[in-house]
Design a protein around this ligand. Structure first.
Ligand code: FAD
Length: 422
């Protein structure tokens, strides 16, 4: 394609190759735009299975795919690995961390969310959250190293601390993580160690609210609490952690020595709102117009976890992958309509298919509105849905085999301890 032809085309910059950004790019196939997709990482990450990479069931390559490779057949898309640090809306340019600038005619910001420690940022050093592949491999290292350390320690306080695991926050990520850690300690690892009994491990789930998985109906939430307790998870609801350091956590007046603390309690939107000088909510999400554009800047859209959007009934659209994908597809539709000369603002409508959460081996809950599922049936629905949404047959087959190996034979394959800096 001639360079002049490309330059004459409408320049769309999409920042973020996650669920929202990637869907937007995919939906614009054949639309005749000159698209640049920018991400600070070289891969698209399937975050819903991150906890399995963090807990030795899957390896990182099974849940992430190079963006460049995914888009190799799209002559209209240029993929750049770079980090955006600002947007200059007056001259319509994005600014990269190395100072480079890139002009746009339309801009889509799909930069997702990050952890929030509610102002206690020093906790991040001791209690990592789970958002990236690096987080997952760090958490896997922390969990496996704790068992290794315990094997070498004499019986006593230090060994007990090594065998104590605390997960803060009982939303889907916390419940999923804690279920698999309990499974590892109580069922998968015992035969691998000689000096310790890994079944002695104390696996705690701590939640400031009064229920686990509080976004689910009471009956499912109660079932989840029972299923986790049956797996040996110690539930502490209605209790907020007040301190976290290298030796453990404090809950009210109680001090608990523990080597492994994982954070699953809060999220904060990416910094896109600050780049735009836009109005944001408490979680930093940009208040967008009904068509997902930024008020005053119809050429800029914010989607996915970075956008504060409500459905027709005024209920906030949840920060989940299907919502981000629907927003990406919606913006693609608007851009195509505009290129055809139709500027009518088209409000975004979110269609919620249902909510799912797993609780370790063969237990899950599913909320499809009037239909509630729990136990093994919900787990199968969850498994099939996730296999379906993975990218490419190779990943589907590989993940299905890893699950079969892990669940039927009770041996998790991805148990290597790696250190990036050694
Ligand atoms: C552990 C975990 C489990 C989850 N489980 C589920 C689940 O079971 N079901 C479900 O539906 N949802 C789940 N979610 C939520 C879901 O993953 C998110 O809602 C979804 O990823 C949001 O899509 P997004 O496009 O807004 O952002 P993301 O998918 O997070 O993508 C954002 C992209 O932007 C890039 N980026 C960020 N900042 C910059 C920058 N400054 N410059 C360049 N690139 C940048 C990032 O590298 C990333 O690739 C889970 C999330 C996590 C963390």
């Amino acid at each position: 394609m001639a360079e002049t032809e490309i330059r004459d085309r409408h320049r769309l910059v999409v920042v973020g190759g996650g669920f929202g950004g990637l869907q937007c790019v995919k939906s614009l196939r054949g639309a005749g735009l000159d698209i640049t997709l920018i991400d600070r990482r070289n891969h698209h990450l399937f975050q819903p299975l991150l906890y399995q990479a963090a807990t030795t069931i899957l390896s990182p390559a099974e849940i992430a795919w190079p963006l460049r490779q995914m888009l190799r057949g799209r002559e209209d898309v240029t993929t750049l690995m770079a980090e955006v640090s600002d947007v200059d809306v007056t001259v319509r340019e994005i600014v990269l961390t190395d100072g480079a600038r890139l002009g746009y005619d339309s801009l889509v910001l799909a930069t997702g969310a990050r952890h929030s420690y509610f102002g206690n940022d020093t906790w991040a050093d001791h209690a990592p959250g789970l958002k990236t592949l690096e987080d997952a491999t760090r958490i896997r290292r922390m969990i496996l190293t704790a068992f290794e350390r315990a094997e070498r320690l004499p019986e006593g306080e230090a060994r007990r601390a090594a065998l104590t695991f605390a997960v803060i926050g009982a939303g889907p990520t916390g419940a999923e993580l804690v279920g698999i850690i309990a499974e590892l300690a109580h069922r998968i690892l015992p035969r691998d160690f000689r000096r310790i009994d890994t079944r002695d491990a104390r696996v705690m789930l701590i939640e400031a609210g009064d229920r686990v998985l509080s976004a689910f109906p009471d009956t499912l939430s109660d079932y989840a609490a029972g299923a986790l307790a049956a797996q040996g998870v110690e539930l502490r609801t209605g209790m907020a952690v007040t301190a976290i350091d290298e030796t453990g956590i404090t809950i009210g007046a109680e001090r608990i020595a523990c080597d492994t603390v994982l954070w699953a309690a809060g999220v904060q939107a990416s910094r896109a709102g600050g780049w735009l000088g836009a109005e944001v909510d408490r979680a930093g999400r940009v208040h967008v117009a009904p068509d997902l554009s930024v008020p005053g800047h119809p050429e800029v859209f914010v989607i996915g976890d970075t956008a504060a959007v409500s459905d027709a009934a005024g209920t906030p659209v949840p920060g989940i992958a299907p919502a981000a994908k629907q927003m990406g597809a919606h913006v693609a539709k608007i851009l195509q309509a505009r290129l055809r000369g139709n500027d009518a603002p088209d409000p975004f409508r979110y269609a919620h298919a249902g909510s799912l959460a797993t609780l370790g081996r063969s237990a899950a809950i599913a909320d499809f509105g009037r239909l509630h599922l729990r136990g093994a049936l919900a787990w199968w629905v969850w498994g099939i849905a996730h296999i379906f949404f993975l990218i490419g047959n190779r990943s589907r087959i590989s993940v299905a085999l890893s699950w079969l190996w892990s669940y039927a034979i009770r041996k998790n394959a991805a148990r290597l301890i790696t250190r990036p800096d050694r």
